[in-house]
Design a protein around this ligand. Structure first.
Ligand code: F6P
Length: 491
């Protein structure tokens, strides 16, 4: 029976009283059943330049091992190459691409250091699952250290088409590193197509059946695994939150007006300035709807040390002020712009309250807010999802009102339609979306990926739902791996 090792930039450590998100719960659940280790950045920056040895904590049968970054690593690896180079590139924003050899070297250095720390903890039959763009070279680094285990990688963001990817100095090395994995998972078929397009073109690799490919001397498989949410528990949470003080306070403050709600990290991929333009357009072109709705945008601060994010914050503050200045009356204002995050439970109640869920990224790997909004609705009186065609979730949630976020008039028209949509149409659109969100949950996503990885990559259609037998799910013994450095730094 194989043990599972998960590697991700952020590690969801169990904290008293903290509510873990759906992804963290699903990964912890697999780690608990298979026995496992979760390795990644602690979120701490060692300001004095001396990184202490990794810290391990065991909880619920899972060993969490986290390591700090130096200030230089944090700047070059996290703020730099991950979030100022790969993030804009992977979201198709070449104009925002920052290229620096220093940050690229920092990115490679941190991946190599993570691999060196992790390698001694790996057992011979462990299955290793690496997550996201921060850690693309990690698998290759582990291979260099002699780790021959089955290894999978899942990219949570979109993958750029080859014509964009080649703008990145070091693109070849990055794709070669992806080829070090046995299975490379993406959110959508478009991402798989983009990746295989590069492999078959730039890399002169061979593309076989069912996403199999050979390039840079290795054979592997690429496939789409659209991530889902913990649908049943999120729906239950939203129903329970319908009567919470926060939800009641929000409903009271609306004074019978309908709520258009947007919730995201304050990130330029989310299309927030375009969304504000669409709201302005709605107020201009559908004047009859004035005073009948309020638009509430929750934008949780994110990556504030990256200049682009700070600039976006200023831009949104000014847009909210402009629209409110222009359209507010003494007893009504159209925009509530909130620059902070709320916990999961509070958001679930807010989603349920909103007549319209507005999710209009310019590019997004999946966008789970769209799925959570659907799951949170009251089946007898559901709201309407207005969804960007550039969110991965638009592939599945086709009964949403699908819009082009660059076209403010089109988004405004969709919002007007959503605000006035008859209940019978709302219910039928919601049912169709809920069927999808119920069928493809975060658990089916996890099991599909791990099933393919563990079973030697059996043929899948784009998205498989393997049974649990393939995973060898038995209660695991959970000692630390041989070679793991003991007590000195164990917490
Ligand atoms: O979706 C990409 C992602 O990096 C997630 O892995 C992460 O949870 C989220 O964005 C937040 O970003 P950060 O880890 O930079 O705060």
């Amino acid at each position: 029976m194989s043990r599972l090792v998960i590697v991700s930039n952020r590690v969801s450590l169990p904290r008293k009283g903290a509510q873990a998100g759906g992804l963290a719960v699903a990964l912890r659940d697999a780690l608990e059943r298979l026995g496992g280790l979760w390795f990644g950045w602690s979120g701490e920056v060692a300001e004095d330049g001396a990184v202490p040895p990794p810290r391990a904590v065991t909880h619920g049968g899972i060993t969490y091992v986290t390591t700090d970054l130096t200030r230089q690593d944090y700047e070059e690896f996290y703020n730099g190459f991950s979030n100022s180079t790969l993030w804009p590139l992977f979201h198709f924003r070449l104009g925002l691409l920052e290229v620096s050899r220093r940050s690229y070297e920092g990115y490679l250095r941190v991946n190599a250091a993570f691999a060196a720390q992790l390698a001694p903890m790996i057992r011979r039959d462990d299955v290793i699952w690496v997550h996201d763009y921060h850690l693309i070279p990690l698998g290759d680094e582990l291979r260099r250290l002699g780790i021959a285990n089955r290894m999978g990688f899942f990219l949570h963001t979109p993958f750029p088409v080859p014509e964009l990817l080649v703008a990145l100095p070091g693109h070849r090395r990055l794709v070669r590193a992806l080829c070090a994995y046995d299975l490379v998972g993406f959110q959508t078929r478009d991402d798989v197509r983009a990746f295989l397009g590069y492999v078959g073109g730039e890399a002169r690799g061979e593309i076989g059946e069912g996403g199999r490919f050979t390039a840079y001397g290795r054979s592997a498989k690429a496939a789409a695994y659209p991530i889902g949410i913990d649908t049943a528990s999120f729906a239950a949470l939203a129903a329970a939150q319908a009567a919470s003080p926060e939800t009641a306070g929000l409903i009271e403050s609306l004074q019978g007006r309908k709520l258009i709600l947007g919730v995201e990290r304050l990130d330029y991929s989310k299309g927030l300035p375009h969304r504000f333009d669409a709201i302005e357009c709605l107020l201009e072109c559908h004047a009859d709807l004035k005073r009948q709705f309020e638009f509430m945008q929750i934008a949780a601060p994110s990556r504030e040390e990256v200049a682009r994010y700070r600039a976006l914050k200023r831009q949104l503050e000014s847009a909210a002020g402009r629209i409110n200045g222009r359209f507010s009356e003494f007893d009504w204002q159209p925009v509530r712009y909130i620059n902070k995050g709320y916990d999961r439970a509070t958001l679930a109640g807010f989603y349920r309250t909103a007549t319209v869920g507005l999710v209009t990224p310019l590019r997004d790997g999946m966008n789970l807010v769209a799925k959570e909004y659907v799951a949170a609705q009251d089946p007898t009186d559901p709201g309407v999802l207005v969804l960007s065609r550039f969110a991965g979730s638009a592939r599945e949630l086709q009964s949403a009102l699908i819009v082009n976020p660059f076209d403010a008039d089109e988004v405004a028209d969709a919002l007007a339609r959503a605000l006035t949509m008859p209940a019978i149409e709302r219910r039928s659109r919601w049912r169709a979306m809920m069927d999808v969100v119920e069928a493809n949950t975060v658990e089916t996503w996890r099991d599909a990926f791990l099933g393919d990885l563990a079973a030697g990559m059996v043929e899948t259609d784009d998205f498989a739902h393997p049974d649990e037998e393939g995973l060898g799910l038995e209660p695991p013994p959970l000692p630390l791996a041989p070679g793991f450095q003991p007590p000195g730094y164990l917490r």
